[in-house]
Structure formats: structure tokens, C-alpha cells
Design a protein around this ligand. Structure first.
Ligand code: PLP
Length: 389
């Protein structure tokens, strides 16, 4: 990809990465060697750098105790740990029709192999849900509620705060709340302790602008997932079984040291820029995008189409054209990178009526500017005009 490419597939992974993040990644590769707890002073230096990154992430998501932030490979690994480590045979799990395959597939296996009852609450055509739709489904067997904070297909923001508050107010035992923050971490304010979110899964490589191969799972006090991976943790080596101390319990093997320290830098970068500033920028781009595409004949938009009710993700189709054709045209002729298809979220497309063809998804980020949006709108206009000739 060249710098002249207009990249608007930030919902898959953000690009370009900020210079300080690249700098820190290079520093991690060149200067940090041994894994934490493994050998002498190089290991100590890695340990310190990873601790700083963990503290940075914890502060960013409102976690008092940074040891509850577990570094993972991506959001998928975090979601698998939360689901696989906590859901037991015969449990009931409430999820939504806007979930990603990284939630839907582990649940499908749990349903098939462990007789787990999966209740998939259906969103409306824009991908939006009411908190009561979820809360009304809770019964004594409900182990977990899984919410996609913001849809990766329509951008719709789900009522996470409202549901978390209602759960915190419940007396006696209550289901755990797992939030998939893949599309919200870095663009919507998140405060796990204040909100009462039990588990939060987030990728480092999307709106946090960290490198690929990074993600986190926040594990709250009320949750104790069984580790899905066991092995060397650098310390407590006399223990026969996996240690119970955090975060070692969930971080076996040599970690992605450069990636983790770069993620810490990325979170600092996003924090310095400010969520409010980022959100205002993306909302402005989204306003222009929605208005521009809505005016093109033959284009159909999906989602709330209201920047205040969605993140910077918009799906659309062009009448009579396969989304893949549109995506190829945009990339080859206009130099604009989008993403087409089902976006690993088939249930979402069934919900909004675009299954199995899918949509063209545009997801601008912090480095996109107004002219990028205008270029896309003009490109789609040209294609639609050519088509109707
Ligand atoms: C809503 C949602 N959940 C989970 C994921 C998985 O993220 P990762 O690629 O970091 O595993 C994605 C990525 O597209 C997503 O959009």
C-alpha cells in the first residue's frame, strides 16, 4: 500500500500506525530481548516495559488493578478465553444478532458439544437493540451476556452502560457481562470499574492504533476464567499446576514484547489526542459520508445513519451490483480501500437483510480527512452513473 492510497478499512485494522507507535515497536525489537522473568537484567527491562504498557492500558479502560489486564494475540483470542474459560455445560448465554464470528463460533460449539443454550437477541434493521430486550432474557441459568459494543457492520452502538448498570443493581447472583470492544476501544469512552463490566475484550490493532498481533482481555474481580493455555510463566516454576496469580495465569510462553510495548505507546497516543477529539473528527467525516452517499442514485445505506448513534463504520450497497465488484472498482480505479462481503459477521447481515451477498463497508479513522470522504462519494457516483447508462 502506498501513502497515496486512501485507506478506509480501519474497522479491520488501522493504517497507517502513528510514528511513535512504530518507533516503540522498533525499540522493542532492537532493545528488548529476554521475556519477563526469564534471565537477568534484559528480562528485567522487558518486565518493566511490559508493566508500563499494562499500566497504560489499565488507566485507559478505567481498571484500578493493572494485573487484571491480560495481553492476548487479538480480540478473538480474548473472546475465546472469556467464553471458553467461563461457559459451562448446561449454561444459558445471551448474545445478540450483531455478534462477530469470534463470539458466534465459540458459542455454536458450546451449544453443540456442551448443551449450552444460546439466546441470540435480534437487533432491528439498523443493528440497534434496546437494553430491555437483553435484560428480559435473564434467568437463573444465565451465565453470561455478551455484547458487541459497536457493530462492525453497521457501526450501531449498543446500550452497554445501561445494561451494566441494570446488572450491577440486581440483587444476588447475576450473569457476567462480556463486552466485545473491537470497534469501540479508542473511540468510545470505556470505564470498566465504574460501569461494572466484568470482562472486556479489545484488539490493539484497530482503533487503538497498535500493531497487529496485540489485544487485551480485562478480567474483572467477579470472573475467574479457566486458562485455555498453560505453560511457563517465568515465575512460580515449582508449581505443578498453572499459577493463580494475575496476569501470569493467562500469559504463558514468550510474549509479543515489541507488540505489547508498542500497544502501550499507542494507548498513550490515543489518550493524548483525546477520545472526544477523535470522536468529533470521526463524527464529522461520517456526517459527510452519510449525506454524500445518501444522495447517490441506486445506493442503499445500512445502519443508524446517525453519527451520534454509531462509530465510524458504514455499510452500503449499489443497486444491481455485487459488493465485490464495487470494492474492486473503488480500489483499482479510485485508489480507495474499503472492505466487502460479510465482515465475519453473518448474523448481522441476516439482521439487516444483506445475507449472503454482504455490503461494502467504509470505516474511516483518525488519519482520514474530508477530501478522502469526498473522493469516495465521487467514485461511487461515477460508478453508479456508468452502471445506469
Ligand atoms: C466486532 C468484532 N469483534 C471481534 C473481532 C475480532 O478482532 P481480531 O481481528 O482482533 O481478532 C472483530 C474484528 O473484525 C470485530 O469487528
Amino acid at each position: 500500500m502506498t501513502r497515496r492510497t486512501i485507506y478506509m478499512n480501519n474497522a479491520a485494522t488501522s493504517w497507517p500506525k502513528p510514528e511513535p507507535v512504530i518507533g516503540r515497536l522498533m525499540w522493542g525489537v532492537t532493545e528488548l530481548s529476554a521475556a519477563p522473568g526469564r534471565a537477568g537484567s534484559p528480562a528485567l527491562e522487558s518486565e518493566r516495559a511490559i508493566f508500563e504498557a499494562r499500566e497504560e492500558v489499565a488507566k485507559f479502560i478505567g481498571a484500578r488493578d493493572s494485573s487484571r489486564v491480560v495481553f492476548t494475540l487479538n480480540a478473538t483470542a480474548a473472546l475465546n478465553l472469556a467464553i471458553g474459560g467461563l461457559v459451562r455445560a448446561g449454561d444459558r448465554v445471551i448474545t445478540t444478532s450483531m455478534d462477530h464470528n469470534s463470539v458466534a463460533r465459540p458459542l455454536a460449539r458450546a451449544a453443540e458439544e456442551m448443551d449450552v443454550e444460546v439466546v441470540r437477541v435480534t437487533a432491528d434493521e439498523a443493528g440497534e437493540l434496546q437494553a430491555t430486550q437483553i435484560l428480559d432474557e435473564i434467568d437463573d441459568r444465565t451465565r453470561m451476556i455478551i455484547l458487541t459494543h459497536a457493530s462492525n457492520v453497521t457501526g450501531a452502538i449498543q446500550p452497554v452502560e445501561e445494561i451494566a448498570e441494570a446488572l450491577s443493581a440486581r440483587e444476588g447472583s447475576r450473569p457476567l457481562l462480556l463486552v466485545d470492544a473491537a470497534q469501540s476501544a479508542g473511540v468510545l469512552p470505556i470505564d470498566v470499574d465504574r460501569s461494572g463490566i466484568d470482562l472486556l475484550a479489545a484488539p490493539g490493532h484497530k482503533s487503538l492504533y497498535g500493531p497487529q498481533g496485540t489485544g487485551i482481555l480485562y478480567v474483572g474481580e467477579g470472573a475467574d476464567p479457566v486458562p485455555l493455555m498453560e505453560g511457563g510463566t517465568g515465575g512460580e516454576s515449582t508449581l505443578v499446576r498453572q499459577p493463580t496469580s494475575l496476569p501470569d495465569r493467562y500469559e504463558s510462553g514468550t510474549p509479543n514484547i515489541p507488540g505489547i510495548v508498542a500497544l502501550g505507546e499507542a494507548v498513550r497516543f490515543i489518550g493524548d489526542r483525546g477520545i472526544d477529539t477523535i470522536r468529533a473528527h470521526e463524527n464529522r467525516l461520517m456526517g459527510t459520508l452519510i449525506e454524500g452517499l445518501a444522495g447517490v442514485r441506486g445506493v442503499r445505506l445500512f445502519g443508524p445513519c446517525r453519527p451520534d448513534r454509531q462509530v465510524a463504520v458504514l455499510s452500503f450497497t449499489v443497486e444491481g451490483m455485487d459488493p465485490a465488484e464495487v470494492g474492486t472498482y473503488l480500489e483499482r480505479t479510485e485508489g480507495i480501500v474499503t472492505r466487502v462481503g460479510l465482515h465475519c459477521s453473518p448474523h448481522s447481515h441476516r439482521t439487516i437483510g444483506t445475507y449472503p451477498e454482504g455490503t461494502i463497508r467504509v470505516s474511516p479513522g483518525i488519519f482520514n480527512v474530508d477530501s478522502d470522504i469526498l473522493s469516495l462519494v465521487r467514485g461511487v457516483e461515477r460508478l453508479a452513473a456508468r452502471r445506469s447508462r
